[in-house]
Design a protein around this ligand. Structure first.
Ligand code: NAD
Ligand code: GLY
Length: 357
């Protein structure tokens, strides 16, 4: 097992990464917890619920199962309220603890429920998608969607532990693996050239879900994310680098309609676009764009963006949370493993977009 530590102003917590970790969940439940609310959805409960309930039995605490519907469409206020209804109906108290078992949707909403219930109760993240293991379960961003914007209502609220079982990745659909791998590559591109090279060399093993390759990819991704979050929990600077590819990616998701491309798929293609923009804006070596494109292709993500006019792209990107004072801001790379945030004039963006038509 590997252990990665996240240090935030509110305290430190461990991320445990191991094959078979679900069987050891009781180790992350403090002795003074009164009851446990296990928040999940029918898909994940059907696959792993029995194992998790068996593991939690070792705590000797009563477990309440809270089921929410599966899907991004249900990451909303109504579902959040249904969790509160259940917790209050069962008379859980301030020493109750939430276990969030599922992908990013379950983790984000259950984490936000933990942040709000009785002004904050403890929670443990048990991420079951690759994207959730390498990104959403770490760092304390919790949220629900609002009809006017994704993740617009939420809180920074850290779990007391993140428990990652690599084995659960074997039941994921191929597209979900590809989408998660896009976020893995991202860590190499933003700060760790050596890890990017490792991804290039091990891409076949990753796509075939070789347990050792996946375990290392998840561990290294969590290490990078933990370092970034520990330095900048509230995204006042460094944490923004985690958004490489996301400005283009969010435009793709919003423009095609959420769900058409998975978030990670859009980010994968967005990283190719960010690499091209980096050539134009900050000296990213042109020949390295092909390495980014090749790796995105090899993990199974799309590499060709939708062919929209530049005005449509810029309109969609203007809605991005990183746009400030009407200027578009992007995470760009001066080389693989070296990234920064930079404002870019719309005309420059338009020229680069034209190259994709
Ligand atoms: P998801 O939670 O919708 O999961 C994808 C699908 O896989 C679901 O149908 C789920 O039930 C199923 N599933 C989960 N685990 C499985 C398993 N082991 N085997 C088979 N099926 C399984 O999607 P996601 O990609 O995990 O998360 C996306 C969400 O994460 C979005 O809402 C996004 O906003 C959020 N997110 C949050 C952060 C953050 O920092 N908090 C970062 C990135 C993304
Ligand atoms: N997924 C981006 C972040 O956690 O900041």
């Amino acid at each position: 097992m590997s252990v990665v530590s996240v240090q935030t102003p509110g305290g430190a917590y461990p991320i445990h990464v191991a094959a078979g970790r679900l069987a050891h969940l009781a180790e992350s439940i403090p002795a003074d917890v009164t009851r446990i609310a296990l928040v999940s959805n029918p898909t994940v409960m059907g696959l792993y619920g029995a194992q998790v309930l068996e593991a939690l039995k070792q705590t000797g605490k009563a477990v309440i199962e809270v089921s929410i519907p599966d899907g991004e469409a249900y990451k909303d206020w109504n579902t959040l309220n249904s969790i509160f209804d259940r917790l209050l109906g069962e008379r859980l108290d301030r020493k109750a603890l939430i276990v969030a078992l599922g992908g990013g949707v379950v983790g984000d909403i259950a984490g936000f429920a933990a942040a709000c219930f009785m002004r904050g109760i403890r929670f443990v993240q048990v991420p079951t998608t690759l994207l959730a293991q390498v990104d959403s379960s770490v760092g304390g961003k919790t949220a629900v969607n609002h009809p006017l914007g994704k993740n617009m209502i939420g809180a920074f609220y850290q779990p007391i532990a993140v428990e990652i079982d690599i084995n659960v990745l074997q039941s994921l659909p191929d597209r979900e693996i590809a989408a998660g791998l896009a976020e893995v590559i991202k860590y190499g591109l933003i700060v760790d050239e050596g890890f990017f090279q490792w991804c290039e060399q091990n891409v076949d093993a990753l796509v075939k879900r070789d347990p050792a390759a996946l375990a290392y990819a998840v561990q290294r991704s969590c290490e990078v994310k933990a370092e970034v979050v520990s330095a900048d929990e509230r995204e006042s600077g460094l944490r923004a680098l985690l958004n490489l590819g996301h400005t283009f990616g969010h435009a793709i998701e919003a423009g095609l309609g959420y769900g058409k491309w998975l978030h990670g798929e859009a980010v994968g293609c967005g990283m190719i676009m960010a690499a091209e923009l980096s050539v134009a804006c900050c000296g990213f070596p042109a020949e390295k764009v092909q390495r980014v494109r090749e790796l995105v292709k090899n993990i199974g993500c799309p590499t060709v963006p939708p062919s929209w006019p530049a005005e449509r792209w810029i309109e969609l990107m203007g809605i991005d949370k990183k746009a400030e004072g009407g200027q578009l801001r992007f995470v760009l790379m001066s080389d693989i493993g070296k990234s920064h945030v930079q404002a870019v004039a719309p005309e420059t963006v338009a020229t680069v977009l034209a190259g994709f038509q």
